[in-house]
Design a protein around this ligand. Structure first.
Ligand SMILES: Cc1cc2nc3c(=O)[nH]c(=O)nc-3n(C[C@H](O)[C@H](O)[C@H](O)COP(=O)(O)O)c2cc1C
Length: 437
């Protein structure tokens, strides 16, 4: 391929996402203009042993223009072997995972554990880069632990080792998602890199949920491009927004069409039969843990909604896994977008009536970090059909609230009064924060 550097420049890259970055989802992102995508993390050792699930992760969708395979390894031979298989499968480059914080990876000396030994990491990357037929990039965090932030040293060493690019996720592994990404440190790495002669592209990653944040961070920090994870899981159209430099606020019906597109891509990929549905079911309902976090304009700024829209909006925003199952099933069964909207509206209205009968209370706002406690590392041989089972913590959530017009008016008045008292910004300015949970 032409140099990886030129392909990454100015791009919003789809992050490697275990479970989330399945082929149909990446295809959807590519439809929305993602030009550079990374697949789900692959354990090099399992891949070389011929593991069918890891092998399947090498596949790219036909519309993925520049496709990278992410591997986890701490062994040169394994890394080179995996890179050769990635090359044979048609990947454009290989990315080494040095950011995974989960215990199952770090206790084996993989992922973010490698950041504790920068000299060893440099040797590893030099060895893999020398033997790999593809360019080798590395994805790092600020450090493994908060007290030992060494990202500047690590990036310098990766440069010396011949890394083709480095992505910096602006948090430590220890912090998980509890703190905001530190873009100041990312900018310092950019300065160091320029002083060392430039040439090796740096991508910045962390908390980019809107096109204006992505463009702003890119301009302020000087990174060559940005990488987006949760922003894409919540709104796969973020790539279109980035390219258009304009937000797209799709209606509930427009979002249903996007979600049905994902269901259709899953049918094509896994099969439009019972077996295909079983395989797809590991992914499709899961996606709604993120897709349901999309918030359109706050209620008070929406134009008057046509009859029946509000229940659908609330249904699509629901955080309960049982609702995600029902949304996924309706999308899978619908034969048209209009049919999907009608089926989901019926379900939404039914759910609200049921909640009303129970005197339901408002569901908790979803917590964005929650669905990230995921692993594709086998846990005692447990395997789900089509993919590996992952550890996941979910809270039970209450059904959506149903309010009378009077209650809504009173709530709005109370909110406005509170804003006046506290000097808090209007709701829409806090929207990106709200999407973060
Ligand atoms: C569901 C999920 C799965 C992830 N899987 C991986 C992975 O396999 N490899 C990796 O390097 N990072 C993984 N990450 C981290 C993301 O690539 C990204 O660095 C992180 O979410 C911060 O970016 P964001 O703020 O845009 O989400 C994952 C994140 C999420 C939410």
């Amino acid at each position: 391929m032409s140099s990886l550097s030129s392909r990454l420049s100015g791009q919003m890259v789809l992050a490697p996402l275990t479970r989330g970055g399945n082929l149909p989802f990446r295809r959807l992102c590519a439809e929305f203009g993602a030009e550079v995508t990374l697949g789900e993390m692959i354990f090099a050792r399992q891949l070389l042993k011929g593991d069918v699930i890891e092998r399947a992760r090498l596949r790219r969708a036909s519309n993925e223009q520049v496709f990278g395979v992410q591997i986890a390894t701490n062994d040169v031979e394994e890394g080179v072997g995996a890179a050769k298989l990635a090359a044979a499968a048609g990947a454009d480059w290989v990315d080494l995972n040095c950011g995974c914080p989960i215990h199952e990876a770090t206790r084996r000396g993989l992922g973010s554990a490698m950041l504790r030994q920068p000299v060893r990491l440099e040797r590893l990357v030099r060895g893999i880069a020398a033997g790999s037929p593809l360019p080798v990039s590395v994805k790092v965090r600020l450090a493994s632990e908060g007290g030992d932030v060494n990202v500047r040293e690590v990036v310098g060493r990766l440069r010396a080792a011949g890394a083709a690019a480095v992505t910096i996720h602006g948090r430590t592994a220890e912090a998980r998602y509890s703190k905001a990404a530190d873009w100041r440190l990312i900018a310092e790495c950019v300065e160091d890199n320029a002083e060392a002669g430039g040439g090796m592209p740096l991508l910045g990653n962390g908390d980019l949920l809107t096109q204006y944040e992505a463009h702003g961070r890119m301009a302020q920090s000087g990174v060559d491009g940005v990488m987006v994870g949760r922003g894409a899981l919540i709104k796969p159209w973020i790539f279109k927004e980035f390219r258009d430099r304009r937000a797209w606020e799709p209606s509930a019906a427009e979002r249903v069409a996007v979600y049905r597109q994902l269901a259709c891509f899953m049918k094509e990929h896994f099969g439009d039969d019972a077996k295909g549905r079983r395989k797809a079911w590991y992914f499709l309902p899961w996606h709604f843990d993120f897709l349901s976090r999309y918030r359109p304009l706050p209620e008070e700024e929406l134009p008057p909604a046509p009859e029946g829209t509000a229940p659908l909006e609330r249904f699509l925003a629901h955080g309960d896994p049982s609702v995600h199952e029902r949304v996924a099933a309706a999308l899978w069964e619908a034969s048209s977008d209009a049919g999907a909207v009608a089926a989901l509206t019926r379900l939404a209205e039914g759910a609200e009536l049921a909640a009303l009968a129970r005197g339901g209370e408002e569901g908790e706002a979803p917590v964005l970090g929650e669905a990230t406690e995921l692993s594709n590392i086998p846990s005692d041989g447990a395997q789900a059909s089509g993919a590996r089972s992952g550890k996941k913590h979910r809270r039970a959530r209450a059904p959506p609230v149903v309010r009378t017009e009077e209650e809504i008016a009173a709530l709005r008045a109370a909110r406005a009064a509170k804003r006046e008292r506290t000097g808090a910004p209007p709701h829409h300015e806090g929207r990106a924060a709200a999407q973060r949970g």
